[in-house]
Design a binder for this molecule. Sequence first.
Ligand code: BDP
Length: 706
Amino acid sequence: MKRRLSRIGALTAAGLAGCIFATAAMPEMARANDGYDLWLAPSAAGTAVPDVKILSDSPTLRIAGDELRRDLKASALPVVLAKADDPALASLRLATAGMGTEGYLIRPATIAGRPSLLVTGRTDTAVLYGAFAVIRAQRTGADLAQLNVASAPKVKLRVLNHWDNLDGSVERGYAGQSLWDWWTLPDFKDQRYTDYARANASLGINGVVLNNVNAKPESLSAAYIAKAAALAEVFRPWGIKVYLSARFSAPIELGGLKTADPLDPQVAAWWQAKSAEIYRAIPDFGGFLVKANSEGQPGPRDYHRSHAEGANMLAAAVAPHGGVVMWRAFVYAETDPDDRAKQAYTEFRPLDGKFADNVLVQVKNGAIDFQPREPFHPLFGAMPRTPMMLELQITKEYLGFATHLAYLGPLFTEVLDADTRTRGKGSTVAKVVDGALDGHDLSGMAGVANIGRDRDWSGSTFNQANWYAFGRLAWNPALSADVIAREWAEQTFGADPRVVDAATSIMMESREALVDYTGPLGLAHLMDTGHHYGPGPWVDDLARPEWNPTYYHKADRNGIGFDRTRTGSNAIAQYAPAVARRLADPRTTPEEQLLWFHHLPWDWKMQSGRTLWEQMVSQYDRGVTTVERMQAQWRDVKGLVDEERWNKTAAYLQIQVKEARWWRDASLAYWMSVNGLSLPTGSAAPAHELAWYKAQRFPLAPGQAH
Ligand code: BDP
């Protein structure tokens, strides 16, 4: 298969060919693939330039044309790119209603007497999205002559959240340093910024929060605004806006004020002036993302003001410029003795209807924190008068970092498809988030990015699929995880069905395997301290009670699990009655969420007829054997995937097999120390004593907060 050389590969290959090898060595070199091209490496397009016409000119339309020329097979129908109001299309009487500003239409049409494939939309960006859709269609085997697609995004703000620090580190980042080289910006605009924008645009991602939610005030200084403006300039033709995380106390740190009280007129004036300054540099600035009064961050509660008062003050500052505020609901306090899973709802639910029109409340998929599996957050559907933005974590803080293969499509769709029952059957999280359930025009989905300076961007080839899946689901939350997996695999590895089938099958079982070997049956937050890598279910000595795994599993000699029914924290009462009723009884609670909601005896009878303990053990075992199977499937495609990507994936799967066993063994050794039970026949004893697992330390693990 002929592939475009990625930049470093090209230089090395050319250099070596020139000075050491005969040119005959070139084809071999050219096959190296470091993953830089993501899902966008051109297919075998041949050398003839395809026939692509743009009916009017703009930087965005030129990009769209270039993408097609680069990628399209020359034999395909001539393609015409045009805005829907172009006079040349008038006779077609296109149905543009429902397209919005970003939707596209692709269909065969005769234009200026020539049978063509028309790609159109009401804006340049819409046409660009259409161009990428044509490329995707071709690369996934569609017959372009028959292509007839109308598609508009269901969610308005499709945003990546970078937890990137100004010193170049990335909180919870496992793909190298930050993409943004703050030091050399704004003067040097790395080609990677453009390549990154291109990848996002190919998915319809239209916003990027540049800096960590644990924000430094300096990110709002004049120097850093200029740096952000330079990135905005690169991203603009690709339809991408920049946003900034704002530190709530910036008026004190940057402005020299004595307070950041949102009701203080001087504070409000400071934010207004700051916003005006930002908009002068970045006229299409998206707005602010704020983490307030959470994990030590400052916020309006410091002044006894509500989250709504804080958010609205900022919203007023950006409103005249068309900006929004994305206010996070990820709050919990060690001073609050209540179940951590309840605290965000308790704090935010009463504020429904109190937020300004340009505020979205950004809510993580679950009520704790991006665990391998969590029930959907009870705030979804509970604040009908407020746009609720879904926050997903693409970087795998709790799912084996970049090393473990865990395709997040099923995790994302599980929450999107969950039925909140808040407005009767079918009140899915997806409908809350896309605004359809309560008629919100403003809607959003955020993904905490897994992107860094690694050549393959995301730390591994399969992690690229998680970026891809986020983008595709933000465009259309109704897509299914396996369709996305297959579509991604076809574009990433080429059309060979043996590879596509193997990759899809590996991906589709990967997340469940990870749940099995790290925390089956609704267990959560069992990982070790700080780095969140590897098992630590025994940890019970951290300053804040809710940072300890023992807080979450509550295992003792008699049983295990967190009672969130009326006899416990009663967190289930935060769900709609139809959901709460089902969760009140362990027999009607989905077994994969059992111990999230119930504390049960070790000999509790499961649907399988096994005891709870036997079932837990069998799932830990299943997790390990599934990863072994994933590894075998990958071995079967050796030689069908380029060596570089195959090797790295194989090595990572080997690590994953080892670490799945580690998770399983350490967890079982601990549970046995608590319950005094032995392993069911046929289940192997842990490789080490519990003390060995407890003694493991990883002070230099990547991605830690600092
Ligand atoms: C947790 C991370 C922490 C983040 C926090 C957040 O451990 O690094 O700052 O979430 O979302 O998952 O604010």
